[in-house]
Design a protein around this ligand. Structure first.
Ligand SMILES: *[C@@H]1O[C@H](CO)[C@@H](O)[C@H](O)[C@H]1NC(C)=O
Ligand SMILES: *[C@@H]1O[C@H](CO)[C@@H](O)[C@H](O)[C@H]1NC(C)=O
Ligand SMILES: *[C@@H]1O[C@H](CO)[C@@H](O)[C@H](O)[C@H]1NC(C)=O
Ligand SMILES: *[C@@H]1O[C@H](CO)[C@@H](O)[C@H](O)[C@H]1NC(C)=O
Ligand SMILES: *[C@@H]1O[C@H](CO)[C@@H](O)[C@H](O)[C@H]1NC(C)=O
Ligand SMILES: [Zn+2]
Length: 481
């Protein structure tokens, strides 16, 4: 997976949200009949909220807790991920979901192995670290080298002549995820150009209690692949302090990381088939894979289980909409949206039938509403729908979509799409770290997100009109994925 995808990710996930249309509903030109039609779902929305708060109270949390307890983290290529996928498929049948199946896709299989980083001089200190996905390992005896510490790529460029044979440490400042994650993604490639032998990068998080955060990295073409890992923000800061005091810094890094041959995984699909327009589809989704540390509870256990349980609840309530509601749990999101892009490609001829696509992959912390992309009318329709959720305080509609990596291909093709919008700051505290466990998950917040997901997907799937869209035909090129 090439640069393009990662660039798409960065473009689609600027955490600076613009063109807020909340409170600007008066600028919307929805017809009286459309407004009336959506308002007529007030009773339905209340019914879903009440069901989730009573009959199904904490059911999303409890399902997720069982699942996480049994499987833990689920990295692409692992047998454990496939076992976890089998479990969801089996449970989906048990809940009488329709057209339940897995769709095969080839995924990368990177394994971490044993790894360590140690500060040897000016004083001895273990440096907790996590190797980055796709990183090469070190020779068995490790790499021992002097370190250069910088706070930005600009600083590295200025010091480029001093970098050869050294370990480059980045102590970058966190701005927002999209702007900061470039250090994790490109840090090794940029340092390698100047002859660095390894890179250690301050973890990409706005807040730290000395945890390292992993994630994908991307070697540029034609550079020497050097081992690369994230260390804690605390240690990045410490090393920077030593460097500024002109202390010679020596570090030893040992990593067994390697990439095995690619493996077969599956996207999980389950539906409630529409009773009037079965070929037209509303998608609700999250990813089933995770990193290989922590438990993959918030990234993206919550998004996957909200999308799955919302469908199971609609089914249990005997609700069938005019259009099909399809839950998709993507595989290999963490390696660059591999499952999602393969699915979009395999189903390219159905893109025009996608009425609306939704994704939750930024946690369920304090659900506030939606970020969306699409024609302005889409925002107006979402705002009308959220008017049915005032009792949950879920009323925000903002554009563009922020944090919908797996639906990004469709959204860039003009399919209207939305992501769950909540407290991103809290999400990135835990993201890709050993702290991504059920302790970070709030059962009530999962209920709110589940109610929103179930009611919104049903209402959109049941409207008398399709979501407005302007498709931009896109031809897949082989090197896209
Ligand atoms: C509503 O109509 C006005 C005037 O035609 C236009 O400027 C505005 O962009 C429209 N708003 C939406 C959300 O379509
Ligand atoms: C990488 O090297 C190959 C062969 O020398 C060359 O054809 C290609 O353009 C290079 N790619 C980049 C991005 O420099
Ligand atoms: C898309 O293509 C597949 C396989 O060729 C076919 O089975 C399916 O009916 C097509 N769907 C549409 C909407 O054209
Ligand atoms: C909604 O917000 C109001 C005012 O901030 C607060 O009193 C109320 O408890 C909130 N309700 C929920 C369900 O969070
Ligand atoms: C779904 O739409 C149909 C047809 O417009 C309508 O009869 C039905 O009441 C709607 N379902 C709900 C739950 O509102
Ligand atoms: Zn995720």
């Amino acid at each position: 997976m090439v640069h393009k995808i990662i660039i798409a990710f960065v473009i689609l996930t600027p955490l600076v949200l613009s063109s807020v249309i909340n409170n600007n509903v008066e600028k919307c030109n929805l017809s009286y009949s459309i407004k009336k039609e959506i308002e007529s779902y007030k009773g339905f929305a209340t019914k879903i909220i009440n069901s989730v708060n009573n009959q199904f109270k904490h059911s999303t949390y409890n399902h997720l807790d069982d699942f996480i307890n049994a499987y833990g983290n689920r990295i692409a290529g692992s047998k454990n991920l496939e076992n976890a996928i089998d479990y969801i498929l089996k449970k989906s049948d048990l809940y009488n979901l329709e057209n339940v199946h897995g769709e095969e896709v080839q995924v990368p299989h990177w394994v971490r192995g044993e790894e360590s980083a140690t500060l040897l001089y000016p004083r001895y200190k273990d440096l907790p670290m996590l190797g980055l996905g796709s990183s090469v390992g070190t020779p068995p005896e490790g790499i021992r080298a002097k370190a250069v510490v910088v706070s930005s790529f600009d600083e590295l460029h200025k010091l480029s002549k001093t970098v050869k044979g050294k370990i480059v440490v980045y102590n970058e400042k966190y701005r927002n995820y999209g702007d900061t994650v470039v250090y994790r993604r490109d840090g090794a490639s940029i340092a390698s150009q100047y002859g660095a032998v390894a890179t250690l990068i301050g973890s990409i998080t706005p807040f730290s209690l000395a945890t390292a955060h992993t994630g994908w990295q991307q070697y540029a073409e034609n550079i020497t692949k050097i081992p690369t890992a994230c260390i804690t923000k605390e240690d990045a800061n410490l090393l920077h302090g030593m460097y500024k005091r002109r202390k010679p810094i020596y570090i030893e890094i040992k990593m067994e990381a390697r990439t095995l041959t690619s493996a077969t995984s599956r996207n999980i699909v389950a539906e409630i088939v529409g009773n009037k327009l079965p070929d037209k589809v509303v998608v609700i989704s999250g990813h089933i894979d995770s990193w290989d540390v922590g438990e993959g509870a918030i990234d993206d256990g919550v998004g996957a289980f909200v999308s799955w349980n919302a469908l199971a609840i609609l089914k249990a309530l005997g609700l069938t909409a005019r259009r099909t509601i399809r839950t998709i749990l993507w595989t290999a999101e963490e390696e660059g949206y591999i499952g999602a892009f393969a699915y979009a490609k395999a189903h390219q001829n159905e893109t025009r039938n996608l009425d609306f696509v939704m994704e939750s992959d930024t946690g369920t912390f304090s659900p506030l509403g939606f970020t969306y992309s699409g024609l302005p009318e889409v925002g107006c329709i979402l705002q009308e729908i959220l008017n049915l959720f005032t009792e949950l305080n879920i009323t925000n509609v903002q554009s563009p979509i922020d944090g919908g990596p797996d639906i990004s291909k469709w959204v860039s093709d003009g399919v209207p799409g939305a992501a769950l919008f909540g407290n991103l700051e809290r999400y990135f505290w835990y993201h890709h770290s050993a702290a991504d466990t059920m302790v970070a998950v709030q059962p009530d917040e999962l209920d709110q997100a589940t109610a929103l997901w179930a009611a919104t997907s049903f209402i959109i799937a049941n409207l008398s009109f399709d979501m407005p869209k302007h498709l931009t035909p896109y031809q897949f090129k082989e090197n896209d994925v």
